[in-house]
Design a protein around this ligand. Structure first.
Ligand code: COA
Length: 326
C-alpha cells in the first residue's frame, strides 16, 4: 500500500496551422531538393503559422482539445506551464496570455524556455507540483512558431522546422502516471544551436542586419543529440529497474528521423513501436513531443496502461526524458 501521488495524463490535444509547405515548395526558394531533405531528415512537409497567428493561438487550440479529452473545465486548472522558445511577447509570459484566453483566472502560469526540450522540462515541473500536493490539475503545453525566427535564405536551417502545439492535462492520481523524469543541460555548447538576439546581451537585430534567426552547426548538433539521448534513455531504464523491452512506445522529439532511429536502436525497439511525425510536421521544437503523443493517442496506437518513454533534446543544450504509465 502506497500513498504516493502520481501525475496521470487525463487528456491530450494538439493543433497545427492550416498552411502546409512541402519540400518541393522550399526547393523553389533555396538550393535544396525534396530528395536531400527526405534522406537527411525524414521531413516531407511542415506547417507554417499564418500571418498574425501566434504561439498563444496555437497553444489555445491545443489546450481546448486537451481539456475536452480530459473532461476538464478551465476553472478546474490550478497551474499552467507552457514550454516555448518563441513566446508572443518578452513579457507577460505566453502562459499568462493563454490563462486569460482560457478563462482559467487566478491560477499560477509561467513559461519554461528549454528550446526543443521545453515540453519535457515543463512536464517535469508539473509532475513535481502534483507529487508534492501543491497542484491537482495542471495544463502543460508545448507551443512554437519557430518559423518566425528562421532565415529563409539559409538552407541548412529553414528546411528543418515547423510550427505547432500540443498539450496535456495532468491530474493527481493515486494509482499511476509519470514514473520518473530526468533533465540535463550543458550551456557550454550554446553556440552550436542558438538564436543570438538578446535583450541585455547578444546581437541587436537592427545593428547586425541579421533579423531574428536560428543559427546551427547541424552535424555537431546531430552527434551531441544522439549521445545525450542514448545516455538519458539508459539513465531512465536504470532508475526504474526496467529492461528496455518493457517499454511499449517511444515518443521522441521529432527533429530528424536518423536521430530517432538511433535511439530506437539503442532500445532494441522496432520502428513500429516508435511514434514518428517528423515527416509531416518537421521539428516543432517544444510542440513536437506533445503533438506526437496526441497523434498516438487519437490514432488508437497508445492505449491506457501502456508504458511510454518520452525524450527530447534541444538548444542550450538541454535534454531530458519522462517515463510514464499512460
Ligand atoms: N539542401 C541541400 N544541401 C544542403 C542543405 C539542404 N537543405 N543543407 C545543407 N546542405 C549541404 C551543406 O551545405 C553541405 O554541403 P558541402 O558538403 O558542399 O559543404 C552538405 O549538405 C553536408 O552538410 P552537413 O551539415 O554535413 O549535412 P548532414 O548530413 O549533417 O545533414 C542536417 C544536415 C542539418 C540535416 C543534420 O546535421 C541534422 O539533422 N542535424 C541535427 C539538427 C537538429 O536536429 N537540430 C535541432 C535539434 S533540436
Amino acid at each position: 500500500m502506497t500513498d504516493r501521488i502520481y501525475a496521470r495524463i487525463a487528456g491530450t490535444g494538439s493543433y497545427l496551422p492550416a498552411q502546409v509547405v512541402t519540400n518541393d515548395e522550399l526547393a523553389k526558394r533555396v538550393e535544396t531538393s525534396d530528395e536531400w531533405i527526405r534522406t537527411r531528415t525524414g521531413i516531407r512537409q511542415r506547417h507554417v503559422a499564418a500571418e498574425g497567428e501566434t504561439t498563444v493561438d496555437l497553444a489555445y487550440q491545443a489546450s481546448l482539445r486537451a481539456l475536452e479529452a480530459a473532461g476538464t473545465t478551465p476553472e478546474e486548472i490550478d497551474l499552467i506551464i507552457l514550454g516555448t522558445t518563441t513566446p508572443d511577447l518578452i513579457f507577460p509570459s505566453s502562459a499568462c496570455l493563454l490563462q486569460h484566453r482560457l478563462g482559467a483566472n487566478g491560477c499560477p502560469a509561467f513559461d519554461v524556455n528549454a528550446a526543443c526540450s521545453g515540453f519535457v522540462y515543463a512536464l517535469t515541473v508539473a509532475d513535481k507540483f502534483i507529487r508534492s500536493g501543491a497542484a491537482k490539475t495542471v495544463l502543460v503545453v508545448g507551443a512554437e512558431t519557430l518559423t518566425r525566427m528562421l532565415d529563409w535564405t539559409d538552407r541548412s536551417t529553414c528546411v528543418l522546422f515547423g510550427d505547432g502545439a500540443g498539450a496535456v492535462v495532468l491530474k493527481a492520481d493515486s494509482e499511476t502516471g509519470i514514473l520518473s523524469t530526468h533533465l540535463h543541460a550543458d550551456g557550454g555548447k550554446k553556440e552550436l544551436l542558438w538564436n543570438p538576439v538578446g535583450v541585455s546581451a547578444g546581437f541587436k537585430p537592427e545593428e547586425h542586419n541579421a533579423g531574428v534567426r536560428v543559427l546551427m552547426t547541424g552535424n555537431e548538433v546531430f552527434k551531441h543529440a544522439v549521445k545525450a539521448l542514448d545516455s538519458v534513455v539508459e539513465e531512465t531504464l536504470e532508475a526504474n529497474g526496467l529492461d528496455r523491452h518493457e517499454i511499449d512506445w517511444l515518443i521522441p522529439h521529432q527533429a530528424n528521423l536518423r536521430i530517432i532511429e538511433a535511439t530506437a536502436k539503442r532500445l532494441d525497439m522496432p520502428m513500429e513501436r516508435v511514434i514518428v511525425t517528423v515527416d509531416k510536421h518537421g521539428n516543432t521544437s517544444s510542440g513536437s513531443v506533445p503533438l506526437a503523443l496526441d497523434e498516438a493517442v487519437r490514432s488508437g496506437k497508445v492505449q491506457r496502461g501502456q508504458l511510454l518513454l518520452l525524450e527530447a533534446f534541444g538548444g542550450g543544450f538541454t535534454w531530458g526524458s519522462a517515463l510514464l504509465r499512460y
